[in-house]
Design a protein around this ligand. Structure first.
Ligand code: PLP
Length: 451
């Protein structure tokens, strides 16, 4: 079977036959049979500029001709220096030092390794535990997998030395009885304090969270007070607060740096990726304070690199992406299109018997599917809602990215997060196809007597 060497890694026995994509332009993709699809989630929230952006393609060619590669331990390169400066400028005070990597998982690991090296170098050797949220997603390396909150991963990680303790994520839709989203978030912040107490604050290195959730929570946005509370708890216990902005960063939330939505609760370290390279080249970044990095530099240094980190071509792509963000006013577009999308998706929620919730920030939105709207009961797992909504998406010309955490125990949702370059007309078409997919799923569930 052509592609069999690859498909075995991603298929999972899914009923969805993924299309073989041949080409893409803007928000559209076409498969080898000529079928057209709208890329409703920018892949996994990567393709911020859409596909085939000429300025970025040109930048790749120019840089590849001039300097394709220079290894960071033996040489410096200009695109790397310029790109790091641009990112630091965008992030502002407190994030003066930028470590580049080839993606989000590497960057998450690098952030924790940096903090751990700093702790060891400054005599805080016992600080090795990381606290993270259940559910959450932080990447696919062993370190990032250990920080990820997903019941399905527990057997995989059992016995591994890299251990992170989990506290509940401030979910907002399906809550324990008697809670509002605000009071549940306060309970979740309290759970962090309790966990740090149980572990012993002298043993805790960092608390990592996605400030706006991605696939793991379906774009959950914690209330403002939650950020203030966890910031205060981390400061009081000398625990580094790390924002994983790999998915929600790079403008999609309505600010280039998502943390800037909560200026009185800024983290100590920010991790970014995905939209930085926008699909044109692998690129991730750790944004860290000069105080930590420079102190460590005087005590032996971070001393951690990959063959491909700070690669000149990736950095040239990063610079071209930032230029396109400025030229096209994409952060502003994220606010404008985000509002359009949200309003229409909420109207769809009101019309559809299986759409329970629409949430998110800017152009990072999720639609939660339910079996019963009054009780907020999830769709039955045996109905394979995560797989089937994709199938109905493909049938209606839209690629919908759905995923479930902890075998669906938190619910089922799909993301609506198209390229930030989408026009208002294309947004209307995306919504039309998405509603058709949801309708197709509903009809199938109803006639299959699942509902
Ligand atoms: C919040 C978050 N962190 C980290 C990662 C890992 O990034 P990458 O897939 O680039 O390794 C992801 C990827 O989906 C993510 O959503």
């Amino acid at each position: 079977m052509p592609g069999g060497t690859q498909d075995v890694f991603y298929g999972r026995g899914s009923p969805v036959q993924l299309p073989m994509i041949e080409r893409a332009a803007g928000i559209y993709m076409w498969d080898e049979d000529g079928n057209e699809y709208i890329d409703a989630s920018s892949g996994p929230m990567v393709s911020a500029l859409g596909h085939g952006n000429e300025a970025v393609v040109e930048a790749i060619a120019r840089q590849a001709r001039r300097l394709d590669y220079a290894y960071t331990r033996v040489a410096r390169n200009r695109p790397n220096a310029e790109y790091a400066d641009r990112l630091a400028q965008l992030a502002g005070p407190g994030f003066e030092r930028i470590h580049l990597s080839s993606g989000g998982s590497e960057a998450v690991d690098a952030a924790i390794k940096l903090l751990r090296r700093h702790a060891v170098a400054t005599g805080q050797v016992s600080r090795r535990r990381v606290v993270s949220l259940m559910p959450s997603y932080h990447g696919a390396t062993i370190g990032a997998t250990a920080m990820t909150g997903d019941d399905a991963l527990e057997p995989l990680l059992d016995g591994f030395a890299v251990v992170s303790a989990k506290v509940p994520a401030p979910m907002s839709y399906r809550l324990p009885a008697g809670y509002t989203p605000e009071s549940y978030a306060a309970y979740c912040a309290e759970a962090l304090e309790v966990m740090i107490g149980e572990l012993g604050s002298e043993n805790v290195l960092a608390f990592i969270l996605e400030p706006v959730g991605g696939l793991a929570t379906g774009a959950v946005v914690p209330p403002r007070d939650y950020f203030r509370a966890v910031r205060e708890i981390c400061t009081r216990h000398g625990v580094h607060l790390v924002f994983d902005e790999v998915l929600c960063g790079t403008g999609r939330s309505g600010k280039f740096i998502t943390a800037q939505h909560w200026p009185d609760a800024l983290p100590d370290v920010i991790v970014m990726a995905k939209g930085l390279g926008a699909g044109y080249s692998p690129l991730g970044a750790v944004l860290a304070p000069a105080s930590v990095v420079d102190e460590l530099a005087g005590l032996g240094g971070f001393e951690s690199s990959y063959s491909y980190n700070a690669n000149p071509i990736s950095c040239a792509v990063g610079l071209a992406v930032l230029d396109e963000f400025d030229r096209l006013g994409l952060v502003h577009r994220a606010v404008h299109v985000g509002a359009l999308l949200r309003k229409s998706l909420e109207e769809m929620r009101d019309r559809s018997p299986i759409v329970g919730d629409v949430r998110g920030l800017g152009m990072l939105l999720a639609v939660e599917l339910v079996g019963d709207k009054d009780s907020r009961t999830p769709l039955p797992a045996e109905a394979l809602p995560t797989e089937r909504i994709r199938l109905h998406g493909l049938r209606n010309g839209v690629m919908l990215y759905s995923r479930e955490t902890s075998r669906g125990r938190f619910g089922h949702w799909f993301m609506v997060a198209p390229p930030l370059t989408i026009t208002d007309e294309e947004t209307a078409e995306l919504l039309r196809r998405t509603e058709a997919a949801v309708g197709g799923l509903y009809d199938e569930l109803r006639t299959g007597c699942v509902l």
